[in-house]
Design a protein around this ligand. Structure first.
Ligand SMILES: Cc1ncc(COP(=O)(O)O)c(C=O)c1O
Length: 379
C-alpha cells in the first residue's frame, strides 16, 4: 500500500467563504451585524427553532444557557462523565456543582438509568450531550427530567435529529459549536437555540455585556449617541460579522456534508464488520446521525494490540486517530475536586480507554476510505 496522509478532520472552506467575508471587511461592519443575523436566521430555520443566537463558542453558549436558567451556588447540574471538559466547566463558572452521570459505552451518550439516580432536590439543569453527532435518548431524558430544564450540548450535532426533531429543538436550550473539527465551521464560534422568547431575550442581552439593545440597533436607531441601559451582568460573547459571513455559506452546505459523511459511515460500518475486535457505531431508526466523528470501540480482549498501540500503528501509516473524547471525571482537576475514582463511572472509563475515532470528513476521497479499511483489516 502506498502511504497516504489522512488527518482526523479538515474543514471544507474556500472560495465561497472567502468571497462572503469581503462584504463585512469592505463595508466596515465587523462586529455582530447583518451577516450574523442572516446566519442566525438560516440556522434557526434548519433546526426548527424560533430563536438562534450566535456567540463565540459552544462553551460560551453553554455558559449563557446556565446563567439564563439562573444556576448559582448550591445548584447541581448533571452532565455526562464522557464529554468535552467544557460541558462541566460551565457549571463551575456559575458557581454550581457538577454532578456526573455515567454513559452507555454502546452509544457514548448519557445513560438514562444512571441519570435517574443522580437527580436530587437541588438538580437545577440537566445537560445531555449529543456526542459525535448522535442525539441522546431525549424521550427517556425528558421523562426523567419532568420540570427540570434541559440544555442540549449539541456542540457536535448540527443537523442531527431524534424522531424527526432537530437537535437544538429537543430541550429548553440548545448549544452548538463551529470549531473547525465540527461539520460546519466559522473558525471558532457557537450558536444558542431556543423556542422560549424570554430566555432568548435574556441570552441576547447577556452576550452583549448585558446591554438592553444590540450595537446594530443603537447605531442604526434615531439616537446612536445615547448608550443603552445595562440591567444585568453580561459578557462579551459576540460573534464577528466576518465569522457570520463564513457561517452563512457553511450552513447552506450542512446537509450536503452530512449526506456525504453518512454515505462513508455506512461504507465503514459494512467494511469493518468482519473485524471482530472493532465495534462501529450503531444507529437505530429513531436517530439521524450528524456524523461529526466516526468513533469506534476497540475490544482489547479480542484485539491483536491495545487501543493505544493500534492508534500508534495507524499514525505511523499516515492515518490520524483520536480517543472519542475524554472522561471528565478522570481528569485530575475533577478527580481531585470531587474525589472521584475512574471506576465510579465505568461506562465513561471504558469509553475513555477504548474509544477510537477514525477519519471521516468532507475532504476525504474514496481512496482514503479504502486505505483506512485495508490497513485496519491487515492488523
Ligand atoms: C461535547 C462538546 N461540548 C462542548 C464543546 C466546546 O465547544 P467550543 O470549542 O466551541 O467551545 C465541544 C468541543 O469539542 C464538545 O465536543
Amino acid at each position: 500500500m502506498t502511504k497516504r496522509i489522512i488527518p482526523i478532520s479538515l474543514p471544507v472552506t474556500g472560495e465561497e467563504e472567502w468571497q462572503s467575508t469581503r462584504e463585512p471587511l469592505i463595508n466596515g461592519w465587523l462586529t455582530s451585524g447583518p451577516k450574523v443575523r442572516e446566519f442566525e436566521q438560516l440556522f434557526a430555520q434548519r433546526h426548527h427553532v424560533k430563536h438562534a443566537l450566535a456567540v463565540t463558542s459552544a462553551t460560551t453558549a453553554l455558559h449563557l444557557a446556565l446563567m439564563a436558567l439562573e444556576v448559582g451556588p448550591g445548584d447541581e447540574v448533571i452532565v455526562p462523565a464522557f464529554t468535552w471538559v467544557s460541558t462541566a466547566n460551565v457549571v463551575l463558572y456559575c458557581g454550581g456543582n457538577v454532578v456526573f452521570a455515567d454513559v452507555d459505552p454502546l452509544t457514548f451518550n448519557i445513560d438514562p438509568e444512571d441519570l435517574k439516580k443522580r437527580i436530587t432536590s437541588r438538580t437545577k439543569v440537566i445537560i445531555p450531550v449529543h456526542l459525535f453527532g448522535l442525539c441522546a435518548n431525549m424521550d427517556a431524558i425528558k421523562a426523567i427530567a419532568g420540570d427540570i430544564p434541559i440544555v442540549e450540548d449539541g456542540a457536535c450535532a448540527a443537523g442531527a435529529a431524534f424522531k424527526g426533531i432537530p437537535a437544538g429543538a429537543l430541550g429548553t436550550i440548545g448549544c452548538f459549536s463551529f470549531h473547525p473539527r465540527k461539520s460546519v465551521t466559522t473558525g471558532e464560534g457557537g450558536m444558542i437555540t431556543t423556542n422560549d422568547d424570554r430566555l432568548a431575550d435574556v441570552m441576547s442581552m447577556m452576550r452583549n455585556h448585558g446591554a438592553s439593545i444590540s450595537e446594530e440597533q443603537r447605531h442604526h436607531g434615531t439616537r446612536p449617541y445615547i448608550l443603552p441601559n445595562f440591567n444585568m451582568l453580561g459578557y462579551n460573547y459576540r460573534m464577528t460579522d466576518i465569522q457570520g459571513a463564513v457561517g452563512v455559506v457553511q450552513i447552506k452546505k450542512l446537509d450536503q456534508f452530512i449526506d456525504e459523511r453518512a454515505k462513508w459511515a455506512a461504507f465503514y460500518i459494512e467494511q469493518l464488520a468482519e473485524i471482530k475486535w472493532l465495534r462501529t457505531p450503531q444507529v437505530s431508526v429513531d436517530y439521524k446521525h450528524g456524523w461529526q466523528s466516526f468513533v469506534t470501540f476497540v475490544d482489547e480482549s479480542k484485539a491483536p494490540f491495545s487501543r493505544n498501540e493500534i492508534m500508534e500503528k495507524l499514525q505511523e501509516h499516515g492515518i490520524s486517530t483520536r480517543p472519542g473524547t475524554h472522561a471528565v471525571h478522570m481528569l485530575s482537576f475533577y478527580a481531585e475536586k470531587y474525589k472521584i475514582k475512574p471506576r465510579d463511572y465505568s461506562g465513561a472509563q471504558e469509553a475513555n480507554d477504548y474509544s477510537m475515532s477514525i477519519p471521516l470528513h468532507n475532504r476525504m476521497v474514496a481512496e482514503d476510505y479504502d486505505y483506512v479499511v485495508k490497513f485496519l483489516k491487515s492488523l
